[in-house]
Design a protein around this ligand. Structure first.
Ligand code: FE
Length: 207
């Protein structure tokens, strides 16, 4: 894993302490209920998260017609799977793009951190980093290399800028040697990073 994915332990501990202090203060002032933060966390653990995106990708891998519908009208195709919570914040105007033998897609938000929460959950901290946001657009191949992904020169790299209007996510390429896997096993291979375009989905271990 690239260092871009690694959290600085001090930074994480400091953020957690800040959040705890803020939560305690807001509860004391009566702004938040004692279970408000837990309810939000539960939402992102059980309703909105990359587990949804992984199921969508796996369905697209096993069903070419579903994939075509997903690319054509993403919200409508997602609705077919009947997840909960697909209409919540940051879930409006989601759009899928597919990696292929000729194209690799990278998603970014140059302005801030727009991200399709219902299918990918909350973005990692580096997604909001001004360096990632600007370099991702200027030199996507170099940034991808730092994430451990080398895109051949003859493959096109497309960068998609998420915004309040459209929030993109990537259907990665189905890995080689995955023919024997069922949809659920395929979904288990799909990471949030692959659906952002900063990672590929590796082949499963040989049987
Ligand atoms: Fe944004």
């Amino acid at each position: 894993m690239s260092s871009l994915f690694e959290y600085d332990k001090d930074r994480e501990a400091a953020s957690a302490a800040k959040v705890r202090a803020l939560e305690a203060l807001l509860i004391k002032k009566g702004v938040l209920g004692s279970d408000s933060v837990d309810a939000v966390l539960r939402h992102f653990e059980t309703v909105a998260g990359p587990f949804n995106g992984a199921r969508i990708v796996a369905r697209a891998w096993v069903d070419a017609e579903y994939k075509a519908r997903l690319l054509e009208d993403t919200p409508k195709a997602i609705a077919e799977l009947q997840f909960q919570g697909m209409t919540g914040a940051e879930g409006e105007h989601m759009k899928a793009v597919a990696n292929s033998v000729t194209v690799h897609n990278l998603i970014i938000c140059t302005l801030c951190s727009c991200y399709p929460w219902p299918v990918l959950g909350l973005p990692p901290y580096w997604y909001k980093d001004p360096v990632f946001r600007s370099r991702g657009v200027r030199e996507p191949r170099a940034v991808l290399r730092e994430f451990g992904v080398t895109i051949p020169e003859d493959k096109e790299v497309k960068v998609w800028d998420s915004s309040a209007q459209i929030r993109w996510f990537v259907i990665p390429e189905r890995p080689a040697h995955s023919e024997h896997l069922n949809e659920e096993q395929l979904a288990a291979l799909v990471t949030p990073e692959a659906m952002m375009g900063v990672a590929l989905v590796p082949s499963p271990p040989p049987v």
